[in-house]
Design a binder for this molecule. Structure first.
Ligand code: ATP
Ligand code: MG
Length: 766
């Protein structure tokens, strides 16, 4: 440990100290997990400020997440006290890009008040453009175009820079649409996320004087997690780091090639490998001492990652003496994912009773669909938890959409639910139609679904919209009619299929789409635990009501991708099974490179742990909706036996193994024996009984028709009489020729005979 009288430098090892104190010229810190890279970066900023080398406004530091930026700000403040006014430009590439664009909005063709479009807005806009070009949207969905545009932007390519060979989408018209999209956004004074990277690049290349201002202004550039920068971010940094001999900023990047896990999103690990070429004279510093993890954890992670061929290779050691109390890394197995969740939560509770705070425990999953089982378990046990890097399972967009369909079936009065999905997937029911439905439902005090039905039977809305609406209502009638005859899980699958919702995500080529499809399958699976749809929906409303435990002591649940840079005393790593982890998709799409990226992800996962890393696999898991017996992950075979304890199953569920697996797959609605008592009338049995007698259970709720008939009867008698002269907003003047409940047939002077809704008509007294 270097002797120093500067407080923030205390405790740094010599290499760390060198990385902090080498302030002139480019520096690359290339080091494994937990070696203090982030700490070096933070200390370096404190050092620059503390020694007066630069003022906060002369420092720009890039982090991978907004959360990391907030933490870094706090730490710097803590190191140097409150002596320094102001703060450096510290944030993600996107946050800093936004700031740059706001300053120079006009030069980028924007007003400084520009809005940042979210994905939904982006898709909507693209859809309009595709329609305007008369391109068949079914064949060429907007989401697919959005994915191409994202990919181009990640590579720093504006429309005129996309290579001709990249003639994708609608027979090569993608680039043309990309250009139209950029023009349209300019008119709307809007940008998308990708623009936050490409627009500053364009700004700097077209305005060398402004770039030179930045060179003069920023004396220090710092970048964390450099291994996961994409091409656009790399170009952006290169420009900012140029300058003349006098103004060239000092750039310092830290990263770990073994932790490059965003290749699927355009990150290029090569950026780190060619740093020395890009920044001649760079000082490269390697940190080898790990301060985070026990020797077992470190040995396990190092041994695993050594199976990757494509790496720089480095040694890591820890001075943490292996104490007797040091726990080895454990590998345990469960019968299925439910038991896995139960067992993990049992361990969490047992640690908690030994006064380990929940804040120091994390469950890191490969895919977000794995979260649901844990969340339900937390809910049952009343265990506080937070989901990092995304909404909780039942709050995800696709889950809320699916739930909305089910709610409309179970509770036709549920207006919010109907509104949510009336045009999802897009079925040509635009804002005007939705507004009309709402107006009518408010006016007449009827459910939006009933209002929609009424509208679909009249000519208040365009024929195309009317047809679409009628189809949707017929679908809901049919689904609701099956509520008592089909198992609710099967019904849910049918609904998602027939409504086109599943297809919407199947056609989506964004990187998130496969995960959303998995989540939908997981949703259906979660329904099996309930006897019927009503019971399931009630459970959901209770689960959704639990406040997010932001401040309290809580277990963290997140994906491995989101866990980068973080650390916890205890880390649970469930689902180490072939197909899930490594993910089959990565293997299929990227072969060996995909496998190596998965292995890096495993390395990231294990190295998050300070004291305990607990790996799990299940013998059975439902993959793509079907129970499958699973094979333990190949990564488990790659762990060093000396440092790993394999926990033999002594659990009360052990009996299943002997029962054999064959009959488990016989019915998708079958449950293991142990569950049977809690599951007295499985949905499929009830359904079979109902089918065989040909009768519907008498307790069944009224059908949708029943509900509507009841409503029509209760509406007041028409306030119009045959022959009345009336006025209608859209069709003008006319005479009432037929009255059916609250529907009127009117002979309009100009528009001819039309069927309209009574409440949209006013009497006209001649
Ligand atoms: P990752 O690759 O996972 O992002 P990292 O290299 O950024 O890891 P840090 O998060 O900076 O590592 O440090 C890991 C842990 O080790 C932190 O708790 C940090 O405070 C601690 N640490 C780093 N350097 C030292 C040191 N010289 N003395 C004591 N603790 C240290
Ligand atoms: Mg770090």
């Amino acid at each position: 440990v270097a002797a120093t009288n500067v407080p923030w430098l205390e405790g740094l090892n010599p290499e760390q100290l060198r990385a902090v104190e080498t302030l002139d010229g480019p520096v690359l810190v290339l080091a494994g997990a937990g070696t203090g890279k982030t700490r070096v970066l933070t200390t370096r900023i404190a050092h620059i400020l503390g020694t007066g080398r630069a003022s906060p406004g002369q420092i720009m530091a890039v982090t991978f997440t907004n959360k990391a930026a907030r933490e870094m700000k706090q730490r710097i403040g803590g190191m140097i006290g409150s002596a320094v006014e102001g703060m450096p430009w510290l944030g993600t590439f996107h946050a800093i890009g936004t700031r740059i664009l706001r300053y120079h909005a006009e030069l980028a063709g924007l007003k400084s008040s520009f809005t940042i479009l979210d994905t939904d807005d982006q898709i909507r806009l693209l859809k309009q453009l595709i329609q305007a070009e008369n391109i068949d949207e079914k064949r060429w969905p907007a989401r697919q175009l959005a994915a191409h545009i994202d990919r181009w932007k990640n590579r720093g390519l504006l429309p005129d820079q996309v290579p001709a060979s990249d003639g994708v989408f609608a027979n090569g018209r993608g680039v043309e649409l990309y250009e139209a999209y950029q023009e349209r956004m300019a008119v709307l004074n809007a940008v998308d996320f990708g623009d936050l990277l490409v627009k500053p690049i364009k700004l700097f290349t077209e305005n060398p004087d402004i770039l030179a201002d930045y060179h003069r202004r920023f004396k220090f550039l710092l970048v964390d997690e450099y291994q996961d920068t994409n091409v656009a971010q790399y170009l952006w940094l290169r420009l900012l780091a140029q300058g003349t001999d006098e103004t060239k900023p000092n750039i310092c990047c830290v990263g770990d090639d073994d932790q490059s896990i965003y290749g699927w999103r355009g990150a290029e690990v090569d950026n780190i490998l060619r740093f020395e070429r890009d920044f001649p004279g760079a000082t490269v510093i390697r940190l080898e001492r790990n301060y985070r993890s026990t020797s077992s954890i470190l040995a396990t992670a190092s041994h695993l990652i050594a199976h990757n061929e494509d790496r720089l290779g480095k040694t890591l050691f820890t001075d943490m003496v292996a104490e007797d109390s040091e726990e080895k890394v454990t590998v345990a197995s469960a019968w299925d994912s439910a038991e896995e969740a139960r067992a993990v939560c049992e361990e969490i509770e047992s640690l908690q009773t030994k006064s380990h705070p929940l804040n120091e425990m994390a469950i890191l999953v490969r895919t977000s669909a794995q979260m649901r089982e844990f969340e339900d378990r937390f809910f049952t046990l009343g265990l506080n938890y937070r989901v990092v890097g995304g909404p909780r399972f039942y709050e995800r967009q696709e889950i809320r959409d699916a739930l909305a369909y089910l709610r409309v079936i179970a509770q036709p009065e549920d207006g919010m639910a109907f509104e949510r999905i009336v045009n999802v997937p897009k079925r040509g029911l635009g804002d005007t139609t939705v507004r009309k439905i709402n107006a009518l439902s408010r006016d007449q005090d009827m459910s939006p679904l009933a209002a929609a039905r009424l509208l679909s039977e009249t000519e208040e809305i365009r024929p195309a919209a009317r047809t679409a609406l009628r189809k949707l209502i017929e679908d809901f009638d049919r689904w609701r009619g099956n509520l008592d005859t089909l198992p609710h899980t099967e019904l849910a699958e049918i609904v998602l299929d027939e409504s086109g919702y599943t297809k919407m995500w199947q056609d989506d080529t964004s990187p998130q789409a496969p995960g959303r499809l998995d989540n939908l399958k997981e949703l259906i699976r979660s329904m099996e635990e309930f006897e019927n749809l009503a019971g399931f929906l009630e459970h959901i409303s209770l689960v959704m009501d639990v406040d997010s435990a932001e401040q309290e002591d809580a277990v963290t649940l997140m994906t491995l991708h989101a866990a980068k840079g973080l650390e916890f005393d205890t880390v649970f790593l469930p689902g180490w099974e072939e197909g899930l982890f490594p993910s089959q998709r990565s293997l299929d799409e990227n072969g060996k490179a995909g496998l190596e990226e998965e292995r890096r992800l495993a390395y990231v996962g294990i190295t998050r742990a300070r004291k305990r890393a607990k790996l799990w696999f299940s013998s059975n898991r439902r993959i793509h909706g079907l129970w499958q017996s699973s094979i333990p992950s190949r990564f488990l075979d790659e762990l060093p036996v000396d440092h790993v304890d394999v926990i033999e199953q002594t659990s009360s569920y052990g009996g299943y193994g002997a029962r054999g697996y064959g009959n488990y797959g016989a019915s998708r609605f079958d449950k293991p024996l142990e569950m049977d008592s809690a599951y007295q009338t499985p949905g499929w049995k009830r359904a079979q009984a109902a089918r065989s007698t040909g009768k519907r259970p008498s307790s069944g709720p009224m059908t949708i028709e029943g509900e509507l008939v009841a409503r029509s009867v209760s509406t007041k008698a028409s306030s119009f009489a045959l022959g009345d002269r009336v006025f209608h907003q859209k069709f003008g003047y006319g005479d009432v020729s037929l009255i059916e409940g609250n529907k009127l047939t009117i002979d309009f002077d100009k528009a001819g005979r039309k069927k309209v809704v009574e409440s949209f008509v006013t009497p006209h007294n001649q």
